[in-house]
Write a protein that binds this ligand. Structure first.
Ligand code: GDP
Ligand code: IMO
Ligand code: MG
Length: 423
C-alpha cells in the first residue's frame, strides 16, 4: 500500500475511523500523529461498535502495529481506560501491537479545567471545544512548559515537574473562580497511569524509520479535519494541532519524501460539531439526518450541524493536503433526498470565492452558490460494487470528486466493513 496519510477533508467526523479500519488490512503499521482524545473514530465490526479516541483504529485488526506519535497529546487516564475498555471486549492490546511515543505531550487536569473555564469566559463567542484540555495542552507544549510521556513514566521527574505546574496553574484557576487541584491526588493518579503505560513507551521515530527500512507500509491516521487545523482551519474555531497532511510528518518524525499518497475522507454532505462558520448549514438536511438518528458526536454526543456538500471547502482541502484519492462516506444519508444541492462557490457581496477565505468573519457571511442534482431515491446500503449503485448516485459521486479535484477511490454506503466500494 506504501505510506499513506489519511486526513479528514471537512470539519471532522468524516468517517476516518471506518476507512482506516478498511485500509489497515493492507498496512503493517497505523500511526496517530495529531490531536488527542477530542477525536472519536467509530468502527463497526458486525454489530459491535468501537469508538477509538487515542488508540489508532488499526487496533481492531490482528498482527498490525499501532503507534501514538510525538504529535499527539495524551491524556494518560483516558488512554488507560480506553485500553482497558478494548481488552474487556476482547481486543488484544499489548506492547506487541501498541506503542506510545516518549515525546508525546501529556494532558493534565489543569488543562481540562482551563479549557472549560476559557469557554465560560468566551460566553457566546465560545469555540465549542470537547473540553478535553487539548488547547491548553498544546499551549503548554508551545510555551515549553509541558510534560512529556518520558516525564510521566519517571516518578521522580513527574513529582518535581508536576508540583511546579500545579502551583502555577492553581493560581490561574483560583483567579478564574475555579477550584484548585490537589497535587497529591493528581500525582497519585498520573503516577499509576505512568506505571501502567511504561511498557508501551518507546522512541517511535526510530521505530518507524527502522520499519520503513524494512519496507513496512504505514498508514497515518489523521484526526479532526482540514478546517479544524490550527493554521488552515476557520481560526479561532479550530482545534490546536496541524490536522492536515503536513502534521503527519511533524507528528511522527517521518519526512515528506517518505510519504507516497494522501487519502482524503469526506462525507457526501457536510457536518460540523462546535461553533464557527459552516457556509452550507441547512435545517432541511439537518432535520433529515437527525431524524434518521444520525450525526450525533462520537466523543461528546452533541448533535452535529449539517449542511449540503461544500466543494469549495473540499477543493481547498485537496490543495492544502495534496489529496490524491478520495473516500466518500455516508452516501446512503442522501438516499431519500429529492433534490441534492452542492456548493460550487461562495458569494460575499460582489465578490465570488472559489477557495475558503481565511477570515472566519468573512466566511460566516458567505452565501453558497449551489448547483442541484436529482436524487436517486433508492437505498444504496446493499450495493457492493460501483455498478450496483443507482446511476444518479454514481453521477453524484463522480461530480463531487471532480469538483474536489481528486480521484474517486472509495464510496462508503454504511458503517460496516462490507459496505465499502472500491471504485
Ligand atoms: P471520524 O471521526 O472521522 O472517524 O468519524 P466518526 O466516527 O466520528 O463519525 C462518522 C460516523 O459515520 C460514525 O458513526 C460511522 O460509523 C458512520 N459512518 C461512516 N461511514 C458511513 C457510511 O458510509 N454510512 C453510514 N450510514 N455511516 C457511516
Ligand atoms: P474526529 O477525529 C469533529 C472540534 C470541537 C470544537 C473544536 C475545538 O472525531 O474527527 P478541541 O476540543 O479540539 O479544542 O475543540 O474542534 N473537534 C472536532 N470536531 N471531530 C473531531 O475529531 C473533533 N475534534 C475536535 O467540536 O469545535
Ligand atoms: Mg469523530
Amino acid at each position: 500500500m506504501a505510506n499513506t496519510i489519511l486526513v479528514g477533508a471537512q470539519w471532522g467526523d468524516e468517517g476516518k475511523g471506518k476507512i482506516i479500519d478498511v485500509l489497515t488490512e493492507q498496512a503493517d503499521i497505523v500511526v496517530r500523529y495529531a490531536g488527542g482524545n477530542n477525536a472519536g473514530h467509530t468502527v463497526y465490526i458486525g454489530r459491535q461498535k468501537y469508538v477509538l479516541h487515542l488508540v489508532p483504529s488499526g487496533i481492531l485488526r490482528k498482527n498490525k502495529l499501532c503507534v501514538i506519535g510525538n504529535g499527539v497529546v495524551v491524556d494518560p487516564l483516558g488512554l488507560v481506560s480506553e485500553i482497558e475498555g478494548l481488552k474487556k471486549i476482547g481486543v488484544k492490546v499489548s506492547p506487541k501491537n501498541f506503542l506510545l511515543s516518549e515525546t508525546a505531550h501529556v494532558v493534565f487536569p489543569y488543562h481540562r479545567e482551563l479549557d472549560a473555564q476559557r469557554e465560560v469566559i468566551k460566553g457566546k463567542n465560545k469555540i465549542g471545544t470537547t473540553k478535553r484540555g487539548i488547547g491548553p495542552a498544546y499551549g503548554d507544549k508551545a510555551a515549553r512548559v509541558g510534560l512529556r510521556v518520558n516525564d510521566l513514566v519517571d516518578p521522580v521527574r513527574l513529582e518535581a515537574k508536576l508540583s511546579a505546574r500545579i502551583k502555577e496553574n492553581n493560581i490561574v484557576l483560583k483567579s478564574l473562580g475555579a477550584k484548585p487541584l490537589s497535587f497529591k491526588k493528581v500525582f497519585a493518579d498520573y503516577n499509576a497511569a505512568g506505571k501502567y503505560l511504561k511498557p508501551f513507551v518507546t522512541n517511535t521515530v526510530v521505530l518507524l524509520h527502522n520499519a520503513i527500512r524494512n519496507q513496512a507500509d504505514i498508514l497515518f491516521e489523521g484526526a479532526q479535519g482540514t478546517f479544524l487545523d490550527i493554521d488552515h482551519g476557520t481560526y479561532p474555531f479550530v482545534t490546536s494541532s496541524n490536522t492536515t497532511a503536513g502534521g503527519a510528518c511533524t507528528g511522527s518524525g517521518v519526512p515528506p519524501h517518505r510519504m507516497d499518497r494522501v487519502v482524503g475522507v469526506m462525507k457526501a454532505y457536510t457536518t460540523r460539531v462546535g461553533e464557527g462558520p459552516l457556509p452550507t448549514e441547512n435545517s432541511e438536511i439537518s432535520d433529515l439526518l437527525h431524524g434518521m438518528g444520525r450525526e450525533f458526536g462520537a466523543t461528546t454526543g452533541r448533535a452535529r450541524r449539517c449542511g449540503w456538500f461544500d466543494s469549495v471547502a473540499t477543493r481547498h482541502a485537496t490543495m492544502v493536503n495534496g489529496i490524491d484519492d478520495l473516500a466518500i462516506t455516508n452516501l446512503d444519508g442522501l438516499d431519500t433526498v429529492e433534490t441534492i444541492k452542492v456548493c460550487v462557490a461562495y458569494r460575499h457581496g460582489r465578490k465570488q470565492y472559489d477557495f475558503v477565505p481565511n477570515d472566519a468573519e468573512i466566511l460566516a457571511q458567505c452565501v453558497p452558490v449551489y448547483v442541484e442534482f436529482e436524487g436517486w431515491r433508492t437505498p444504496t446500503d446493499k450495493a457492493r460494487t460501483f455498478k450496483d449503485l443507482p446511476i444518479k448516485a454514481r453521477e453524484y459521486l463522480k461530480a463531487i470528486a471532480g469538483l474536489t479535484d481528486a480521484n474517486l477511490f472509495i464510496a462508503s454506503i454504511g458503517p460496516g466493513r462490507d459496505q465499502t466500494i472500491f471504485v
